[in-house]
Design a protein around this ligand. Sequence first.
Ligand SMILES: Nc1ncnc2c1ncn2[C@@H]1O[C@H](COP(=O)(O)OP(=O)(O)O)[C@@H](O)[C@H]1O
Ligand SMILES: [Mg+2]
Length: 254
Amino acid sequence: MNQQLKGDIEQIIGPIHERSRLAEQGCTSEVSQVMTDKGSFLLKSSFQDKYREWLRTEAGVLERLRGEEVPVPRYQGFIEYKDSSHLLMSFEEGVSLSAALENANSDGARKSLIRAFGRFLLDLHQMKVPSLDSSPVWMDEQLAKAENYAKRGEADGSLELLQKLKEDKPAPVRQTMIHGDCNTDNILVLENGGLMWIDVAGMAIGDPRYDECLAIRKLRGYAEYIEAFYEGYTRYRVSEDEFTYFNNGLYEFF
Ligand SMILES: Nc1ncnc2c1ncn2[C@@H]1O[C@H](COP(=O)(O)OP(=O)(O)O)[C@@H](O)[C@H]1O
Ligand SMILES: [Mg+2]
């Protein structure tokens, strides 16, 4: 860690005793645990423009959620330089839901994690969070962002696919609080068994089907796991068409 970054971090959380890179790294960032007298903190650093933009958004979300009931890490600070950005938040002891599912020692244990995942998503979609922006046209905003990424060559999806997505928009549903990148890597299973959302740049008021489709994506083909998910997530079931729209469409751009 360079001296400038070290100094700026210490301004926020006090003198650093120890820093260690996490075994589980993200796709868009480098993550490490930093210990000071004030406690244990997670430092998330990004270096590419697109990911630095997401990190800045995530910092804004975490800052606005401080004091709200949404289970997310506590915001500590955000530092930006010419070539890098760094977000500081509370370090939460736990493992990702992906790792917990892999390590589950029985099918029953796995199903109960999946049920809890469904329930956790249900809670989020039913939450009222006034501090987050409510764009009446979340879907249109996503399509506009997708177009920017595609034009800059930063997306897997093509402009042709995007055009189809614009023409085939599913009938709107009531917007709710959403996570915006609802895969099992972005949920921590805490030591007390509770769950927590991480990687929250996309948290907003938006289309809950976006979360639901991503959540069930890897469970499809395992009828019992889908069942378990919907035992927890009892509010809605996406249709096959809705699933295809998100799964073979919008996700290709983010
Ligand atoms: N607040 C936190 N406390 C403890 N571990 C965390 C925390 N935030 C992230 N992690 C760990 O870092 C990994 C990557 O974080 P994430 O925010 O998902 O990064 P990316 O945006 O690159 O996917 C997670 O899988 C998790 O293991
Ligand atoms: Mg992540």
